[in-house]
Each structure stands twice: as C-alpha cells, then as structure tokens.
Design a protein around this ligand. Structure first.
Ligand code: ADP
Ligand code: MG
Length: 702
C-alpha cells in the first residue's frame, strides 16, 4: 500500500467500530441526540422513548457492520471483562425472524451476580444483579457483537464492579475541584476532567512453547525454570530493533485497536528479552480504563493469530524484569487547561501550586491506600525487586520544583514588596522540560512535567483501582482546601499560608533519589513512611477508620462495599497461591520427577554398558551425575511432600485474613523451596529429557 492510501486508510479505520459522537450525530434524530447528550452531561436516567430510538439506531449501525449479537460489557471484580451474548433475533409470524434491539435491552441487563466475586454481598439464593448502560463510554463492535459498556450492581444497589467506583470518584473530584476553580475565578469551567494514559508492558513468546508449560497456561507465570545463561544484563533489548514477527504483531494490534477508537501510539521493546510496551495517547479516565481492558484482551487475541502468546502477568519470569503499567494521571478543565502545568502568570502558578500540594498531601496521607490499590499476589513478585518501585510510596518532583517548594516553605527569596501582593507564585514558575522531570525512573510516583506517573500498578490488573484511589484522595485534599479557603476574607494570604503549611506537613513523602537503594529503605523508615512488602500486609490497613470515612464521605464505597472488596482481594490472593501450589505439585509429580528418573536410568544404563565393555574402571561422569541427581531428587521429593502437606492445611483456616497470611508465610516459602531443587535438577538434566521449554528457549527463540 502506498503512503497516500495509508494516509486515508488509517483515519477511515480509526473508530470505525465505535458508536461515537460522530455516528450518533449522523444517525440519531436531532432531538434524540440532544436528549442523549443532556443525559450524558448530567448523568441522569435516560427517557425510555429516547432509549428505544438510540437502541434501534445502534442495532441498524451494528448489523450493517456485520454484528449479529449484543452484550452488556462489564468489569466485575475478576479484573477482566465479562460479557453474555444475546442475538438480535426476534421471531415474527410465519417462522421468520427480524433483528431487534429495544431501549430496555440497551439500558438494563440481568446477569447472575452470585457467579462473580461479590465478597458476600450476594448469596446464591438472592443472586439477582443488574448491568446498566454507562453512556459516558461509547458502544463498540467486537467479534460481531455490539458491546454496551455497563456498570454492574446488586439487587440492593451495591457496586459489584470496577467501573461504578471509578465513575463515583470522578464525580467526587469534579465536585471538589470545581470549588477550588471557582475560588480562582474560573466560572466558565463546567467540568473537571481526569486524564489517564496507561503504558502497557507485556511479553510475547512462541505459542507452541507456551502450550508446553502448564504453569504459563494455568497461572500465567513460570513456577519453575533455571536462569538462562543470558538475561537482560547486556541491556540490548530496550528500544532495540523489533523482530519482524513482533513488528507484524504490533502492526496488526495497532489496526485492531484503532478500529475501536483506541489511541495506540507508541510501540517499543522493553528491558527484558521478549518484553515490549504499548503506550496510548491519554484520554479521559473512564474511557482510558475501558480501553486498557480492551487493549489487554485484544493483545492476547492478536498474538494468537501470529502464533504467539501474550503474557500480561506481572512476573512471568524470574531473574528478568516483570511488567508494569505506568498510570499517567492528570487533571484538566473542560476548557482545556491542564491543572498540573505551571502557567504564565503568578495567579496561574498559585493555582498550579495548590493542585500540586493537594496531590502531595493526598499521597502522603493515603500512602496505604495507593499501596492497596495495586496490591495483588502477582504484583508482589515485582515490587521491590531492582526493576520496579519498592513497596514504599514516595513522590519524585525533581530538583527544580523541590527547590521552589523549599523557597515557599521558608519564605526565603521573597522580596518585601512581592509579599504584599500575591505571595505564592510571585515568580513565574519555569515550564518543566520533560527531561528535567522524567529522569528518575525508580520513583513510584513521579511528576513528569504536567502529569504524575504512578509506576506501581501491575501489567495484568485493571487500572480502575489506582485511579479510584487517586481521584478520591485528591478530592479529599481539595475539599479540605476549599473548606478552608472559601470563607477567607484575604484569599491571597490564606492561600499562601495553606500552601506553605501543606509543604511543611507533607514534604516527607518527597524523595528525588534512587528508590532502589538500601539507604532509601532505611531513610523511609526514619521518615515514618509505610513499607508493606506484601499484599497481605498492605490490605491490613484497608478498613482503617480514616479510610472508611474517606470513602463514605465522598460516596465512593459504602462500608459494606468496602468490606466486600477487602474480602475479594484476600480471597483472590489465596486462590492465586492455591492454584500455583497445585500446578507445581502437578508438574512435579507428572513431569519433573518422571523426567529425572528417566534420565538417571539412562545414565545408569550407560554406566553399566561402559563397565561391561570394559571401557573404564574409574568413576564415570554418568555415575557422578546420576548420584547428584538422585540426591537432589530425593531432597526435592521431600519438598514436594511438604508443599502438599502445607497447602492442604490452609483449608482448616476460617478467617480470610489469617488464611492469606498463612499462604504468604507457609505456602509461598514451600513453593520456593521446591522450585530451588527442581531448577537445580533442570541444570543437570539433558534438555531432550526435560519436560518443558527452558527459559532460554522461551525468552530468546521468539
Ligand atoms: P514515557 O517516557 O513515560 O514513556 P511518554 O511521554 O511516552 O512517556 O508518555 C507517557 C504516557 O503519558 C502516554 O500514554 C501519554 O499519553 C500520557 N500522558 C501525556 N500527557 C498526559 C496527561 N495530561 N494526562 C494523562 N496522561 C498523559
Ligand atoms: Mg512511563
């Protein structure tokens, strides 16, 4: 295809499978379009007659594009998306059918709530749950199915999904942010928008080899595997030339994503062998979260087409980097101002500083919740290794900005006459060049010029939770600021004092140094910052009084919803570890030990044959190897028995938190012990006898 064709083809393709604003304008009667827009803007219930017209237009559009089914697409607490397909067919007289889709079907669905994680909010005997259309996210076509983005909630109205709290948190930050913007005289701003750009890391490996490893297929990560002779120490993969096969995958993926209106922008190789990244152009938080869920799903699907397997697990391989999902987050107005970008006038700068210190205060006061928001059994393997931020939450601001905050805190550098005018931001703040603010790659939460980059989220999880927390904690800081400033006669002075005080009270969270260093761990402890290395430890603070108050105040979660989420996260932790332990046990009995026995047998036969042939009388290498392997295998077998024993005892523990602790403290170490011996045996066994592909084959033979 020549360039000019491509120039038309990509824009034509972009969003072609989305029932977006453009399509709505074209296909809906003017009145209906307006009514729908009003509903979206005001978040109100949709009038049933309007819903019918919209549904019909959607169905016509979708069937023209080849769709035969529709589904309510939702995001239950499993972390992935759910859909139940219904066809459009409806019988009419004479054994015929017509294609039909009603407003009622568009607006509401009724999946079984008890079959999804609900943390005790639904029991099977009252299983009813509902899905309801979220018109702020466009419908789209995937697999010949019209997908309607929906929220998912129980009969009693409790949220059972990851979208509802996100929408609620967006409302909260909008409300509080507008209060602040009014104080700065922005009466034209109608809405505060949260923008998010999640950078997605992933691995691509040969599909054939993937199927040869039960651990990858079942658990998404290798539970066994000796280190290959080469890892990522040569630093030759990051931004390296993309292999043709991978390049074809990326091109195909881009097209699939573009059709769905997903702004896939940057594709490159990452640090580990076989690791890559996709970064989209940022968009509004709700859409960004939906799009990231779709991106993950489509990555897997496209990989399959190219005989590849896409691994989204946070730590598929030991010894090389795991995968994260940098969550770029910022605030802007519907009038197009980025609130985290310093402006050109003192007043704009004062406003920037106020939003900045709101984030600083929020992150400091709710470090624990940010840690919880990205906690999972999988992410535990990644955080704190020398590849990802430690489990300590801190913020990087860069030297320039930190210095400015110091100056404000100490009132140094302020000329007397300046102080009488607008005190904060008397100096025009410099625009922060990206290269001065983006240098520190080790920080979990870095200011990068006009946004924050939260680097702790794991590659496989939805970015809903981290954004729910960010929005909520910043909303809380803004609400406290607004409470304080709204009734002040002398706004400028009060503002100055508030900013100064906030810096003084929360500067301990700012750290511009190397987050991977041992010294930082010690320093952070001195500063009193949290350091929860595991999910189980992190979750302990989830239900603290201050957190329950925060969530209920801003109507993000009710106390019952919060409790259910706590339970779901712990249950999921236990289930993950249980599944991993069982997979290891299975692989050990059925694959590893039989392979070693067979190889030892071969070695012994060789020894016998050599002796019979009178070839040698000293100890043969086969003898030495057979001996070593026999010893290892006896030792490993004990570890296997121990793991079995330890795992089965987990079921005697009732309390979910206690049970999770047990998995962490007893089951996980037993798994690691078994792996050590198995990997040792792998090193000594001929590859032709080894039952699954080695790390070398997985990582370098793509
Ligand atoms: P990196 O060096 O981290 O790879 P990039 O500039 O390539 O940085 O972009 C990181 C991500 O940040 C992209 O997905 C981009 O769209 C996103 N981003 C840029 N500006 C904003 C913003 N205002 N709000 C949210 N995300 C943003
Ligand atoms: Mg980044």
């Amino acid at each position: 295809m020549n360039n000019t064709t491509m120039q038309n083809r990509v824009p034509d393709m972009f969003g072609s499978m989305v029932f977006n604003d453009h399509v709505m304008k074209e296909r809906l009667p003017k009145e209906t379009y307006k009514a729908l827009q009003r509903t979206i803007a005001e978040g109100r219930k949709l009038d049933p007659t309007v819903a019918n017209v919209v549904a019909n237009a959607m169905k016509d559009w979708a069937t023209e594009k080849g769709a035969t089914h529709f589904t309510h697409w939702f995001q239950p607490m499993t972390g992935i998306t759910a859909e139940k397909h219904d066809s459009f067919i409806s019988p009419v007289e004479g054994g015929h059918i017509i294609m039909e889709f009603s407003g009622k079907e568009l607006v509401k669905g009724e999946p079984d709530a008890s079959s999804f994680p609900n943390g005790g909010l639904r029991s099977t005997f009252e299983a009813r749950g509902y899905t309801a259309w979220d018109p702020s996210s466009y419908a789209f076509i995937k697999d010949q199915t019209l997908c309607i983005p929906t929220v998912f909630y129980s009969y009693g109205g409790e949220a059972l999904d990851k979208k509802t709290p996100l929408l609620r948190s967006l409302e909260a930050i909008n409300k509080q942010g507008l209060r602040i913007l009014r104080l700065f005289g922005h009466n034209d701003v109608k809405r505060l928008k949260v923008t998010v750009g999640p950078e997605q890391e992933y691995f691509l490996i040969s599909r054939k080899k993937y199927y040869q490893r039960q651990d990858l297929v079942i658990c998404g990560r290798t539970l066994f595997g000796a280190r290959p002779p080469k890892g990522q120490e040569m630093e030759d993969h990051y931004f390296g030339t993309i292999k043709p096969r991978v390049a074809e995958f990326m091109a195909d993926l881009d097209e699939e994503l573009w059709k769905l209106g997903i702004l896939a922008k940057t594709e490159h190789n990452e640090a580990a062998p076989a690791q890559h990244e996709l970064a989209p152009i940022f968009t509004e938080a709700n859409i960004a979260v939906d799009h990231n869920q779709l991106t993950m799903e489509i990555m897997k699907k496209v990989a399959r087409r190219h005989d590849l397997a896409c691994l989204l697990h946070e730590k598929p391989f030991d010894g090389v980097n795991g995968s994260g999902k940098h969550n770029n987050w910022s605030l802007s107005t519907d009038t197009g101002i980025n609130l985290l970008e310093p402006g050109d006038s003192p007043r704009e700068n004062a406003q920037f500083l106020l939003f900045l210190v709101a984030v600083i205060k929020a992150v400091d006061e709710y470090q624990d919740l940010l840690r919880v928001s990205i906690a999972s059994a999988n992410n535990d393997h990644r955080l704190g290794g020398n590849e990802a931020p430690p489990a300590i939450v801190s913020m990087f601001l860069g030297d320039e900005l930190t210095q400015i905050l110091d100056t404000i805190e100490n009132d140094s550098d302020y000329e007397q006459q300046d102080r009488q005018e607008l005190k904060v931001g008397v100096h025009i703040l410099p625009r922060f060049a990206r290269d001065t603010t983006d240098r520190n790659r080790t920080s979990p939460f870095a200011f990068t010029g006009n946004k924050f980059e939260f680097r702790m989220p794991g590659s496989g999880s939805s970015v809903s939770s981290p954004n729910v927390i960010l929005n909520t904690i910043v909303a809380e800081a803004l609400s406290q600021f607004a409470d304080e400033l709204e009734n002040e006669a002398d706004f400028e002075s009060a503002l100055h004092d508030l900013i100064k005080r906030t810096i003084r009270d929360h500067k301990r969270i700012i750290f511009n140094g190397n987050n991977y260093s041992k010294e930082w761990v010690e320093e952070a402890a001195r500063r009193g910052l949290g350091n929860c290395e595991t999910t189980v430890d992190a979750l302990a603070s989830y239900l603290d009084e201050k957190n329950v108050q925060l969530f209920t105040k801003h109507k993000i979660y009710t106390a019952a919803e919060l409790r259910s989420r706590f339970d779901i996260q712990l249950e999921s932790y236990c289930k993950t570890l249980n599944m991993e332990a069982l997979t290891m046990i299975d692989m050990a009995y059925k694959e590893i030990f039989p392979a070693v026995s067979k190889y030892v047998d071969f070695l012994c036969e060789t020894v016998v044959h050599k002796k019979q042939a009178g070839l040698i009388d000293v100890k043969t290498n086969e003898e030495i190897l057979a001996q070593q392997l026999s010893k290892l295998s006896a030792q490993g077998f004990d570890k296997l028995r121990h793991l079995e024993d330890v795992r089965s005892r987990a079921f005697t523990i009732e309390d979910i938190h206690e049970k999770a602790m047990y998995y962490k403290d007893a089951v996980l170490p037993a798994m690691e012990a078994l792996r050590t011996d198995a990997d040792q045996m792998e090193r000594l066994t001929a590859e032709s006898y080894w039952p699954y592909p080695t790390y070398s084959k997985l990582l370098f033979y793509v």
